[in-house]
Design a protein around this ligand. Structure first.
Ligand code: XIL
Length: 374
């Protein structure tokens, strides 16, 4: 694809396609005005019809606490990511004990609703247990990491759609020439920890899709440009060394105003595809902290961004999986992580706090239905 062609697609998306979608969404919105959970074709089925998998990340607690939430998750999701249950902090109450109870509960929930299940995450520098700092040392870090991977990935072997093997390993601000983030894993094991982690995961579960998952690579700015370069170099090196990495997970924590449909990101997505990797949208949500307070306007902006981003991403055949980070505004990490300055409740997800479908739901539905048909 030439640069001119890429830009043409970008222009098409911003202009024509979005307004077409909005006309359509008005019609469907009228048909589903009650907003009853499950009204209309589910996102899961709309995706499936076009060879795409749609799902969300949720924690066990919320499914247990709220039956209407559990109902919409069961109806709308074809894949489930445990939001916290498979992180080190949740799995490792003490250095010599693993607690799989919550993960098991979620796996059963997923299977009883005929959903796929994915693992998040084997190696990350956040969500580590309190004992980590006093137990893991440069001498034992490699063994601690690989033992963890063997134990956890073997436990779920054959049951996982995919594993986020390494999460967020690049951070340009840390100043290393290779762009790697200065994490305890890097300091204790060295840059080779990434390759080691993928080899261990592959040995433990030879059939799972192994994912490198990363944040902040979507925007149209210099920081994201540098990050894309470093991530591409990392992935190219892994492929060159025959490391079993199969997919790039793009978190996609966007803002209403993020220009994610930019030529540099588009080029990056093509380069990642050319490496033979598939691409997963792993943590999609859209922040409204800079949007006007009025709900109708805010919801329209958020929905417009969902439609635009997904339509853009789905132009790439490598993009086959879309996962939102949460499904209802009642339960979103954005409430505490990045609240609005005016204190009004945030609305970053496809369902509102009462489990009614929002314009964002319709926008995702439209993008899924139109995918692969352009
Ligand atoms: C977040 C969870 O949603 C929160 O509940 C938790 O307190 C912190 O972690 N990138 C990731 C996810 O890869 O694991 C993070 O999840 C959100 C950012």
């Amino acid at each position: 694809m030439t640069r001119r062609e890429m830009l043409a697609i970008g222009v098409g998306l911003t202009g024509l396609a979005v307004s077409r979608s909005w006309r359509r969404s008005m019609v469907v919105a009228a048909a589903t005005r009650t907003g009853a959970p499950g009204a209309g074709l589910s996102l899961r089925d709309a995706a499936f019809a076009n060879g795409i998998t749609f799902g969300s990340a949720v924690p066990k607690e919320q499914l247990l606490a709220n039956p209407s939430f559990a109902t919409i998750v069961g109806q709308q999701c074809g894949i489930l990511t445990p939001e916290v249950e498979l992180k080190w902090k949740a799995l490792r109450p003490s250095p010599d004990r693993y607690d799989f109870a919550a993960g098991e509960w979620l796996l059963n929930f997923a299977h009883s609703h005929e959903m796929m299940f994915r693992g998040h995450t084997l190696v990350w520098e956040q969500a580590l247990p309190n004992w980590f700092g006093s137990v893991v040392t440069a001498q034992n870090a490699n063994k601690m990491m690989t033992d963890h991977i063997f134990t956890v990935a073997r436990r779920y072997a054959g049951k996982m759609h995919s594993w986020d093997v390494v999460n967020e390993a690049v951070q340009i601000e840390d100043g290393r020439p290779d762009g790697l983030k200065n994490t305890p894993w890097l300091r204790m094991i060295g840059p080779g920890y990434i390759e080691t982690a993928f080899h261990a995961a592959h040995e433990a579960d030879p059939h799972a899709t192994l994912v490198y998952n990363e944040n902040w690579i979507e925007p149209d700015d210099a920081a994201a440009d540098k990050k894309r370069k470093a991530v591409l170099a990392l992935l190219t090196g892994l492929k060159r060394n025959n490391v079993p990495v199969h997919a790039l997970g793009i978190q996609s924590h966007l803002f209403a105003e993020t220009n994610a449909c930019n030529a540099s990101y588009q080029r990056f997505l093509q380069q990642v595809s050319d490496l033979g990797l598939s691409i997963m949208i792993t943590e999609l949500d859209i922040r409204d902290k800079n949007a006007p307070a009025g709900i109708a306007t805010r919801d329209r902006l958020i929905a417009g961004q969902y439609y635009k981003y997904l339509s853009f991403m789905l132009l790439f055949p490598a993009v086959k999986t879309i996962i939102t980070w949460g499904l209802s505004d009642r339960y979103t990490w954005i409430t505490t992580h990045d609240p609005r300055p005016d204190g009004i409740a945030v609305r970053p997800l496809p369902y509102d706090a009462e489990m009614n479908q929002k314009p964002a739901w319709q926008a995702i539905q439209n993008a899924l239905q139109e995918a692969r048909r352009r």
